[in-house]
Design a binder for this molecule. Sequence first.
Ligand code: FAD
Ligand code: AMP
Length: 476
Amino acid sequence: MSSTHFDVIVIGAGPAGYPCAIRAGQNKLSVACIDEWRNKDGSYAFGGTCLNAGCIPSKALLESSELYYRTKHEFATHGIKVADVALDLAAMQKRRAQIVKQSTLGIAALFKAAGVTGLQGHGKLLSGNRVEYTDKDGRKQELTAKHVVLATGSAPMELKSVPFDGKDIIDSWGALELESVPKRLGVIGAGVIGLELGSVWRRLGAEVVILEALDTFLPAADGAVAREALKHFKKLGLDIRLGAKVSSAEKTKSGIVLHYSDASGAQQVEVDKVVVAIGRRPYTQDLFGEGTGVELDERGFVKVDEECRTTAPNVWAIGDVVRGPMLAHKGKEEGVMVADLIAGKVAEVNYKTIPSVIYTAPEIAWVGQTEEEVKRSGRPYKVGTFPFMANGRARAMEAAVGFCKIVSASDDDEILGVHIIGPMAGELIAEAVLAMEYSASTEDLQRTIHAHPTLSEALHEAALHADKIAIDFPNR
Ligand code: FAD
Ligand code: AMP
């Protein structure tokens, strides 16, 4: 390291921290980004949870397992006969690991191109914008910066009564790196991570039971979407038990017995492995020295304002370690905003248009308010829907399940929320995000030309249906 003073020091190189460092570099600021992520073999890697143990490896396995499942169960419908379809899990896992490696090495290259000093080791904020950097050999060095950005992310929450043992009771990272398909897999928590991981191992042959404490399935999603999703997950063979609060785990000779209670009383189920996916907590371990002035809220998140300023001067915080949805793209936009604000530019994050995606089959995606939220707000609204069953491209793909739904204000036609369950929902939602970002009306969407035959026509037709002028499936 040629200098120990920087304009900006970012602690954490996940999807919040690394874009922040790169944009600071693009803004001609001198910047260092410190990251301590270590893989299970002890090697350091940039990219945080998302690249190493979250978004990317989960999507790699979701893709592979979906292909395996479709080859076995759906190719015959296309007139493709395949004999002896066999799973090579070692090869599947090798591909997952290679994609992760390629992605994390890419960040080192991006840092170089943007003039970012990438440092691997631990960062600790001291008072007066000093940062103690401990390198991989344990050597400590004091760095200073005009601005410090905390981007230390989150860690899996542990269920005290079902503690991780790293072998049979594992977290989401462990569930991504299994070397054999468990015969019986128990998943605690039917949130996004539990559903994605449960889907992977179900498609690869495991019997999967998902225990969820809440009575409502996917409470953050639009009600109609959640009901449709539950139907399809059950069809896949996921045994989702709602209102099932897990209280303990007992290791027996034949497996692990999960004890839970539901409306009928005490219950139990025996499995071979357990994935605890009950949520994530902000990660701030050994991050603060004495007197930094950075305050945490009651749940341990770093307190910030709308522009990600903490309670200490020139200290900012972004990503999973602050309030808001724990999503990579939310952290990225906060990182870019902070780097621009530090450079004196105008920047903001529109928290109302952050899309949510669940990468299951069918895929689920939404932006804005659910119909239930709009109803509670009291604003008069209209709803348009369109089933993929009536969409030519979806039928040609043999993927005609689910629907698009648009919820709009009946007074000024504003689009309030878009909800999609069906093929490529995560890609289709981008159009709705753009429309809402630019305050497009439902009529604007109706007047936008959509190529035929594409899945995106379903969103177009849903917008038309909101005013009862749908062309393809009008009589509803
Ligand atoms: P992180 O990615 O957690 O990165 C923080 C980094 O800071 C880590 O590398 C950590 O080691 C480092 N660090 C912490 N403390 C220090 C310190 N003191 N000194 C130095 N370094 C430190 N989100 C999506 O948007 N889409 C998805 O599809 C998706 N899938 C997911 C699947 C799974 C299985 C999981 C677990 C998560 C998924 N997420 C997904 C969530 C996403 O991974 C997080 O929202 C995102 O990684 C948060 O980014 P971050 O930069 O705030 O934190
Ligand atoms: P998310 O917060 O989206 O990652 O989802 C985690 C899910 O785990 C939530 O829906 C919680 O209700 C659920 N959960 C938390 N604790 C338990 C428990 N003891 N038993 C079953 N489900 C739980």
